[in-house]
Every structure is written in C-alpha cells, then in structure tokens.
Ligand binder design. Structure first.
Ligand code: NAD
Length: 348
C-alpha cells in the first residue's frame, strides 16, 4: 500500500496507524497541515473493505479540512481520523477509549470530533482518555449537534450565490430543489421555507420526505427526478459526488449550493458548471458552519450570537470568491482553492 506515492497524498505532515489488540481498534489519523493551528477533523467509523480504502478516505478528508478551516477563518489546521469498523456492531467503550489514547498520543496536534459513524455519546468515551475532543455537549451552551449550524451556513451561502447569479436578495418565490432531507437538508429546507422559497425535495427515506414535504407544503419527488426539477437553485444535501457530467447537463438551476461534502464527481465538473453558466458554491466553504461551532466550543468565551455571526461570515467569504471568479473568468471552485492555499501558506 503506497503512502508517499498515493494519489491522495498531498504533503500530509503526519499519518499515524494505530491498533489495539484488546479492543480490536484499527485506526488511521492523518494530519494534513497545522500551519494555522492544531488539525481538527471528525472521526469516521466505517466498515472499509480494505486498509487501502481507509487510507484513501483519511488522506482526502484531512486535506479537505485544511481548506475548510482556512476559508472559515479558523485558527485550525486540517486532520481526520478513521476507524475500520462497523459503527452499528463494533463500537464499544473499549474501542473508543483506545481511540482516545491514540488521539492523546499526538499531544494536541490532532483534535477529534463527530463524523459519519460517530456521535456525541462516542466523544464522551474518547474524552475519558484525552482532552483533544470537540463536539461535546456543554449544558446550556453548545449543542453537540453541528447540523443546525451547518444548515445556517449553507443558507447564508445560498443567499450570497443567489445575489451574485440572479441579482436578488429576496428569496420569496425562489424555486429550490433539495436533494436529501436528513439532518442538514431538513434544517435548510425550513430556513428556505421561512424565507418564502418554493421547495421541491427528495430523499431515499420516503417517510421522512413525506412528513417534511407536508410540514412545508413542498413538492416531493422521486430521487432520480430531482435533477430535472425546474428550479433556480439545486441544493445537494445527500451524499458526495452528486454532480456528474450527466447531472450537470440535466440541471435547469442557475445556482448550485448545498451541504454535501465533495459534490463534484471529478474536479473538471467545476469547469462544466462554469461553461453552462451555473454558479457553483464551493462545498467546503458553504458547509463550514458545523466546524465553526465546534471551534468555538474550544474557547472560554463561547456565545451563540458570536458563533452565528462567524457562520454568517461564510456569505462574506463567498461574496469575495464569486467576485474574484467573475473578474478572472474562472470557476469559484478554483478561486476558493487558491484563496485557501494563500491562507494556509501553500500558495505556489
Ligand atoms: P444525513 O445522513 O442526516 O442526511 C443525508 C440524507 O440524504 C438522508 O436523509 C438520506 O436518506 C438521504 N439520501 C442518501 N442518498 C440519497 C439519494 N441518492 N437521493 C436522495 N437522498 C439521499 O446527513 P447530514 O448530516 O444531513 O449530511 C448531509 C451531507 O452534508 C453529507 O454529505 C455530509 O457529509 C455533509 N455535511 C454535513 C455536516 C453536518 O453538520 N451534519 C457538516 C458538513 C457537511
């Protein structure tokens, strides 16, 4: 299994393989960059088919966190951790405590938090072994669930994109297609509804979809039909790689802005969107609300208003990215990458 020649290896500073025989822990922590601060990124617990698959994921995700934190103006670097295990079957207090010890062995260079397969409850076990944990519930203050903060950030991002591409501040009557109404998608849909938008939505979970559509008076469609919906904005809030060449050809929207990570199936999709006149909102800029809130939890002066104001700054960052993209005739995806690299000192 190549590491330094791995296609996803991008000058990561440190990659740690950890195992614990007693609990069955098999984990990898990747620290991509710490020039802005300690590397913060969630812990993914997933039954990867191979060690190689786990390595690919952790290299890609940790790099993404460096870019996300830099553009969210956080004093943090980028890292990520993965445990090769089935979260429904293999998660035990012993396994999580062993993970806590692995995190602790890095002395604070890496700070963990929730990601897919791990939750606040798991973070408590990890916190028994290390102080380098975010995403913990602090009674009366932090929420322990990043989704509402992520959704608010996506909403602010969407307003910026609509202003730039469609020249309007008012969302009333704006037609938005929401793909995936899980934790983030449902919160986003409620914000859009409150702002007067007309919603078309889908989910593979038909029951959750029907409930939300009824609550918001929205149109519910089958998963494969959402791409063809006649809308102004397409909001991918399900899984990654939602934007393939075929999907981009079918979209009627002029704006893409959603919560999903890694929306572009391949990097050149950004250019296809640009050529079709569709304004793409870089995913890691739009969906940084959750990590912003987790970063604030590490401060002594946590205040909800300050967190929300920081999240609203996502809109300002995007105003800058969209303006620069327009000036340079480039996709916002490339401009965001350049701006992030300038901020974490990797320009050139
Ligand atoms: P979630 O699992 O709660 O929601 C995803 C929803 O998408 C589910 O309801 C699922 O049924 C649905 N779905 C899956 N495949 C689908 C398909 N093919 N078509 C339609 N619907 C489909 O996850 P979430 O926490 O809401 O996160 C959504 C996305 O946002 C993910 O890509 C996640 O990585 C990203 N993200 C989430 C956060 C956060 O704070 N939760 C932060 C940053 C990024």
């Amino acid at each position: 299994m190549p590491v330094f020649d791995h296609p996803e290896f991008d000058h990561h500073q440190q990659i740690v393989f950890g195992s614990d025989a007693a609990s069955g822990l098999r984990a990898i922590i990747a620290i991509h960059d710490t020039s802005r601060g300690p590397a913060l990124g969630g812990l993914r617990i997933y039954p990867y088919a191979s060690d190689a698959e786990a390595l690919t994921d952790v290299l890609r995700l940790s790099r993404g966190m460096t870019y996300k934190s830099a553009l969210a103006d956080l004093p943090l670097g980028g890292g990520k951790a993965v445990i090769i295990a089935d979260p429904r079957r293999d998660k035990t207090p012993e396994l999580l405590r062993a993970m806590g010890r692995l995190v602790d062995s890095l002395g604070g260079r890496y700070i963990t938090a929730e990601d897919s397969g791990s939750n606040e409850h798991d973070m408590r076990w990890i916190a028994e072994e290390t102080a380098y944990v975010g995403g913990l519930l602090r009674p009366g203050e932090a929420s322990g669930d990043p989704s509402p903060f992520t959704a608010w950030g996506v909403f602010c991002a969407l307003k910026s994109a609509v202003r730039h591409r469609l020249g309007r501040d008012d969302l009333s009557g704006l037609r938005v297609a929401v793909q995936g109404v899980g934790n983030v998608g449902a919160h986003l849909a409620r914000h859009l509804h409150a702002a007067g938008a007309r919603l078309v939505m889908t989910d593979i979970d038909g029951e959750a979809l029907a409930h939300l559509a009824e609550e918001l008076g929205a149109e519910a469609v089958a998963p494969e039909a959402i791409v063809d919906a006649e809308v102004d904005v397409f909001a991918p809030c399900a899984l990654g790689a939602a934007l393939s060449a075929e999907v981009v050809e079918r979209l009627t929207a002029k704006v893409v802005c959603g919560a999903a990570n890694n929306q572009l199936a391949t990097p050149e999709i950004a250019q296809r969107l640009h050529s079709r006149g569709i304004l793409y909102t870089p995913d890691y800029v739009a969906n940084a609300g959750g990590v912003i809130e987790i970063a604030w939890q590490r401060r002594d002066d946590y205040a909800r208003e300050a967190v929300m104001a920081h999240i609203e700054g996502i809109g300002t960052t995007l105003d800058e990215i969209f303006a620069r993209a327009e000036r340079e005739g480039q996709s916002p995806a490339l401009v965001a990458d350049d701006l992030a690299r300038e901020r974490f000192g990797a320009a050139g």
